[in-house]
Write a protein that binds this ligand. Structure first.
Ligand SMILES: C[S@@+](CC[C@H](N)C(=O)[O-])C[C@H]1O[C@@H](n2cnc3c(N)ncnc32)[C@H](O)[C@@H]1O
Length: 205
C-alpha cells in the first residue's frame, strides 16, 4: 500500500475499543446486520458488492452469507487480521479507499465494477480530512451500470472521538461535485424518516 496516502481520522485516534465492542455485541447475540439487510433488499441475487472501509468485515460477511459476491476493502491491519480470523471466506483487500482502482482490484482477482458499494459504520466521518470528495469520486468510478452507493454516518456527535461533524447538506454537495445524486435519505437502516441523528443515504451516478 502506498505510503503517500493521507492519515485518516480513524488512524489518528485510539479506536481499539471498536473491535472489542463489536466482539461483545456479536458474542451476546445482538443484531449487527441492519446495514446488510437494507443492502440486500436493494440488490438482485448474486450481486457484486464492495464493502469500503469494511473494518473486520461485519457487513460484507453478512452480505456474502446472503449469496452476494463481496470484496471487503480496509486499511487497518489489525481489523483485517480480525476479519481473516472471524470470516476466513470473506475476500479482503488491504487498501485505502483512495487507492482502490479497477487495476488494483483486477490484479487481486476481484470484480472491477460493483452493483453496490457500502460505506457504512461512520466511514465517511473518519476519512482523512478533506478527502471526502476524492473518496466519493473513487467509489463512483467503481460502480457498474445502475450501481449505487449505500452510506451511513452520524452527521454530528459520532461515536468515535475522532469523527468529524458532517452536515448532510455538505455531504450532498460533495456527492454532487463528483457526479453523484443523493437518491434517497433516511434516518435509519429500517428507513425511519430523515433525522439529524443519523444519515442513511443512497447515491447513484
Ligand atoms: C467505525 S469503523 C466501521 C467499519 C465497518 N464499516 C463497520 O461498519 O463495521 C470505520 C472504518 O473506516 C475505515 N476507514 C476510514 N478511512 C478509510 C480510508 N480512507 N480507506 C479505508 N478505510 C478507511 C477505518 O479504517 C475503519 O475500519
Amino acid at each position: 500500500m502506498s505510503e503517500d496516502l493521507p492519515v485518516t481520522r480513524w488512524e489518528s485516534a485510539d479506536n481499539t475499543g471498536f473491535a472489542a465492542h463489536f466482539t461483545h455485541l456479536i458474542e451476546s447475540g445482538a443484531d449487527v446486520e441492519g446495514e446488510a439487510r437494507l443492502a440486500d433488499a436493494m440488490l438482485p441475487r448474486g450481486a457484486t458488492v464492495l464493502d469500503a472501509g469494511a473494518g473486520f468485515g461485519r457487513v460484507g460477511a453478512a452480505l456474502q452469507k446472503r449469496g452476494h459476491r463481496v470484496v471487503a476493502a480496509e486499511k487497518d491491519a489489525d481489523l483485517l487480521a480480525m476479519g481473516a480470523e472471524r470470516y476466513p471466506d470473506l475476500p479482503m483487500v488491504r487498501s485505502d479507499i483512495l487507492a482502490l482502482t479497477p487495476e488494483l482490484l483486477e490484479s487481486a482477482g476481484h470484480p472491477t465494477a460493483y452493483d453496490l458499494v457500502v460505506v457504512v459504520g461512520n466511514v465517511m466521518v473518519l476519512l482523512a480530512p478533506d478527502t471526502e470528495r476524492r473518496v466519493l469520486g473513487t467509489l463512483a468510478a467503481l460502480l457498474a451500470d445502475g450501481g449505487r452507493i449505500l452510506v451511513g454516518f452520524h452527521p454530528q456527535d459520532g461515536p468515535a472521538d475522532s469523527a468529524r461533524d458532517y452536515p448532510v447538506e455538505e455531504f450532498r454537495a460533495d456527492a454532487e461535485s463528483v457526479g453523484l445524486t443523493l437518491q434517497h435519505r433516511f434516518g435509519s437502516y429500517e428507513l425511519a424518516p430523515p433525522s439529524d441523528a443519523y444519515c442513511v443515504a443512497v447515491l447513484s451516478r
